[in-house]
Design a protein around this ligand. Structure first.
Ligand code: ZN
Length: 422
């Protein structure tokens, strides 16, 4: 049954077109008409003011919304509202929570929390369990998670379980590509030179190791920092993403814990090459790897402070700016933020388009507005990407037909938690 009608203005084949979207009470687009159709009997939401353009809703494949015992860093309410304010309609949350999401009990708990608290649709990753039999427990709950995540320590401690998983699971496995030999030892150089202690070529080795044992899974290398990684991934049949800090920052910019991250920010040449990869379109998605910590933690000694950069409020604005300034095409913008991540998740018939049959999730941008990025809604309060001058402001975000974010005002929608696709 039709519930609402949206008037939107969007880009079709390079020109601006007005559309009327009819949205059902199930949150899906039921019908799309060219132009502004006069209707009566429905709630009408007009998204055509000024120079506003509606895009398919953005998807972030990699966030850490913490919660549970780490709620002091971020929780699902603060993290998901920060994501909605940046135009994201779906976030996929990493399992290194406390407690870890690596068993059926914690997974169910996480899904309940997400349904209750999240302002955007949600995907949960499972960590690698300590025993292979727990993999089977989790595989019986495939409708509750979007994939698994492999960390460097799993390669050292849980390799047999990884081997088992890759032989029986035909869904998505996301990989943090660092070698445990380097990732698990303390840094011996200072903060700006950590990239020498944890060399980025480890990504290439990890990808080759996993390729040699993979039988069934769809492997995705996340936050790739080495410029050759996307090309190797393509040759191995893997997918790959990177994150803005690897093409906005180099080791010369790393002065304090706010830019401490794993894998570490690389040298200037790598940064430049990753940027040229982004412009060439070789990644499947750009993610935020939003990894908040408290101010106290980030101000502690650089050897001890936790790694992670808060980025969900900046990432989409970086890509909008690259589009406005002509570095990337409209098609590439949509690939990186919408269609590419939807394909990686196997949900490109659900999100990533403003067509009939898709979820009514979209993002309204005012391309005439500019600003300076700062952390507005995340509990982390600060990011090393704050201060980025962006062009193109997110003014509204719609999730499943609900106006979730409207110029600083939030509305809790009925969200969907996604399952694993084979
Ligand atoms: Zn991460």
């Amino acid at each position: 049954m039709i519930d609402k009608v949206f008037y939107i203005r969007t880009l079709i084949n390079g020109s601006v077109s007005e559309l009327t979207l009819y949205v059902g009470d199930d949150g899906f687009i039921k019908k799309v008409s060219y132009g502004r159709e006069l209707v009566s009997g429905y709630e009408v939401i007009d998204l055509c003011r000024g120079r506003q353009i509606t895009l398919p809703g953005f998807i972030d494949l990699h966030v850490h919304l913490r919660d549970f015992k780490l709620s002091y860093k971020e929780d699902i309410v603060s993290g998901s509202s920060a994501a909605a304010s940046a135009g994201y309609v779906l976030v996929c949350d990493m399992p290194n929570t406390n407690p870890r999401i690596d068993n059926a009990e914690v997974l169910k708990m996480r899904v309940e929390e997400a349904l209750r608290k999240s302002y955007v649709d949600y995907g949960v990753y499972c960590g690698i369990p300590s025993e292979a039999r727990v993999v089977n427990d989790l595989l019986s709950l495939k409708n509750l998670f979007v994939g698994f995540k492999i960390y460097p320590e799993d390669l050292a401690d849980r390799f047999a379980v990884i081997k088992y998983l890759l032989s029986v699971y035909d869904g998505l496995v996301v990989v943090h590509g660092e070698l445990p030999e380097y990732a698990l030892r303390p840094s011996i150089r200072d903060l700006s030179l950590r990239y020498l202690d944890r060399p980025s070529w480890g990504e290439l080795v990890v990808a080759n190791i996993l390729s040699s044992i993979n039988k069934a899974s769809k492997i995705h290398i996340t936050h790739a920092s080495h410029p050759s990684t996307p090309y190797l991934c393509r040759s191995l049949g893997f997918t790959v993403d990177t994150t803005p800090y690897y093409f906005l920052l180099s080791s010369d910019d790393v002065r304090d814990c706010w830019s401490k991250v794993n894998p570490p920010i690389n040298d200037f040449v790598s940064k430049t090459l990753v940027f040229s990869n982004v412009v060439k379109g070789v990644y499947d998605a750009i993610v935020s790897d939003h990894a908040p910590h408290s101010v106290e933690e980030k101000l502690s000694d650089w050897r001890l402070c936790p790694s992670g950069i808060t980025g969900v409020e900046v990432s989409s604005r970086v890509l909008l700016t690259l589009f406005v300034k002509g570095f990337i095409s409209y098609e590439l913008l949509i690939k990186y933020l919408c269609r590419g991540p939807a394909k990686v998740l196997g949900i490109d018939d659900f999100l990533g388009s403003l067509s009939s049959g898709f979820r009514a999730s979209f993002t309204v941008i005012d391309f005439s507005r500019e600003g300076i990025a700062y952390t507005r809604y995340s509990k982390a309060l600060k990011s090393c990407l704050d201060g980025f001058r962006y062009v193109g402001e997110v003014v509204k975000t719609v999730v499943g037909g609900t106006l979730v974010f409207d110029e600083g005002v939030f509305n809790k929608p009925k969200v969907v938690v996604l399952g694993s696709k084979s």
